[in-house]
Write a protein that binds this ligand. Structure first.
Ligand SMILES: Cc1cc2nc3c(=O)[nH]c(=O)nc-3n(C[C@H](O)[C@H](O)[C@H](O)COP(=O)(O)O)c2cc1C
Length: 310
C-alpha cells in the first residue's frame, strides 16, 4: 500500500481546507502547504497564518518553501523551524513564470551551483528532515541529471517528481520514459506526482514501479476528496457517497469562511474555487451552474441539487 501525499495547491489547500479534509475524510500521509516565499525581506501574513501551529494542530502538515538563493533558503528554513516544524519540503518544480524567471521553483533546476550551496546547508541542519518536490527541468527534460547527482548525496526523506518540464506548465502528457530513468537513478525514496485521478491510476503505478515510495495527488484529490481513503481501505465509494462528502466538506468550509468575509460576493468567490476541478465528478450541467451563479442564493440552491440529483 503506497502512502498518499496531498499535493500543495496555492489557493486551494490552505490551513482550513487541510484541517477539514483531515477531520472529515483523511487517508493522507502528509499534507503539504502551498509554497512559502520571501517578499520584501519577510513573510507574507497569509503564509504566516497558514503555518501557525494552532491552525495545523493534529494535521500531518509539511511546510513547503520556495527560494532562489542560499540566503532565502536560510531565512525561510529558520522561520519555519521556529514554529516547531521538523520537516520542510523544498519546491524545485513551480512552473509559474513569476517564480521561475526569478530562479525559483523549476527555474532553480538549471542553477546547479546554488543547489550545491543549498545542499551543504541541508547537511548542516540534521535536526530538520528535508524533502524535494521537482520537475524534470525548466525547458529541457534532462536538466534533472546533474541536480540528482547533488541530491543523491544528501540526507533526504524523499524526492517527489512531477515528470513534466516547467515550460509545459500542466499541459501535455506526463513523460513516463523520463520518470523511469529518474526512478532508476534516484537513491532516495521516490514519490510520483501527476495526473492521478482514479484508484486504477494508483494501482498501475504501484505495479509498474515496485520501489515507489508513494504518490502525491493534487487536482485528483480536490475533485474526489475520498480518493486517498478509498485506496487505503480498498473500497471504492459510490458516486452518491462521494458527492455527499463533497457537500459536507463544502458546508464545513462555508462555516469557516462566512464569518471572515465582508460580503456575499466575496464568500461566493472563495467557495467557488472548491469546485474548480470537479466538473467530471458532479457533471457538466451542475458545474456550469455553480461557476455561473451570480448570487450566493443561486449558488447555494445549485449546491443542494448536487446531493438531491444523486
Ligand atoms: C492551482 C495550482 C496551485 C499549485 N500550487 C503549488 C504549490 O504551491 N507548490 C507546489 O509544489 N506545487 C503546486 N502546484 C503543483 C501541484 O502540487 C501538483 O504538482 C500538480 O498539480 C500536478 O499534480 P496533479 O496532477 O495531481 O494535480 C500547484 C498546481 C496548481 C494547479
Amino acid at each position: 500500500m503506497l502512502p498518499i501525499h496531498f499535493a500543495p495547491l496555492q489557493g486551494h489547500t490552505d490551513d482550513a481546507y487541510r484541517r477539514i479534509h483531515h477531520r472529515l475524510v483523511g487517508g493522507v500521509e502528509h499534507y503539504y502547504t502551498p509554497f512559502i516565499r520571501m517578499e520584501g525581506g519577510g513573510l507574507r501574513s497569509k503564509e504566516v497564518r497558514d503555518i501557525r501551529p494552532e491552525y495545523n494542530e493534529g494535521v500531518p502538515v509539511v511546510p513547503q518553501i520556495i527560494m532562489k538563493s542560499l540566503k532565502e533558503f536560510e531565512y525561510l528554513t529558520s522561520e519555519v523551524a521556529q514554529r516547531g516544524y521538523t520537516r520542510i519540503d523544498l519546491n524545485m518544480g513551480c512552473p509559474f513564470p513569476m517564480q521561475a524567471k526569478h530562479g525559483r521553483g523549476a527555474g532553480l533546476l538549471a542553477q546547479t551551483d546554488i543547489i550545491r550551496s543549498i545542499a551543504q546547508a541541508i547537511e548542516e541542519r540534521p535536526q530538520i528532515q528535508f524533502s524535494i518536490k521537482m520537475r524534470l527541468g525548466w525547458e529541457d527534460k534532462d536538466e534533472w541529471r546533474p541536480v540528482l547527482e547533488v541530491l543523491n548525496a544528501l540526507p533526504l526523506t524523499h524526492i517527489t517528481l512531477h515528470p513534466r518540464i516547467g515550460t509545459q506548465q500542466y499541459k501535455g502528457e506526463v513523460d513516463m520514459e523520463s520518470f523511469r530513468a529518474f526512478y532508476e537513478a534516484c537513491r532516495h525514496p521516490l514519490v510520483y506526482n501527476g495526473d492521478i485521478h482514479t484508484l486504477a491510476d494508483i494501482r498501475s503505478l504501484e505495479e509498474a514501479y515496485p520501489r515507489l515510495a508513494g504518490v502525491m495527488i493534487g487536482r485528483g484529490l480536490l475533485a474526489r476528496p475520498s480518493l486517498a481513503i478509498e485506496y487505503a481501505t480498498g473500497q471504492e465509494w459510490s458516486p452518491e457517497k462521494r458527492r455527499k462528502l463533497m457537500t459536507d466538506l463544502h458546508q464545513a468550509l462555508m462555516e469557516h469562511w462566512q464569518p471572515l468575509m465582508n460580503s456575499d460576493a466575496q464568500l461566493l468567490n472563495k467557495l467557488r474555487t472548491f469546485w474548480e476541478y470537479a466538473e467530471e465528478e458532479i457533471g457538466r450541467k451542475l458545474y456550469k451552474k455553480l461557476m455561473k451563479s451570480g448570487s450566493l442564493k443561486n449558488y447555494l440552491s445549485a449546491i443542494r441539487e448536487i446531493t438531491h440529483n444523486s
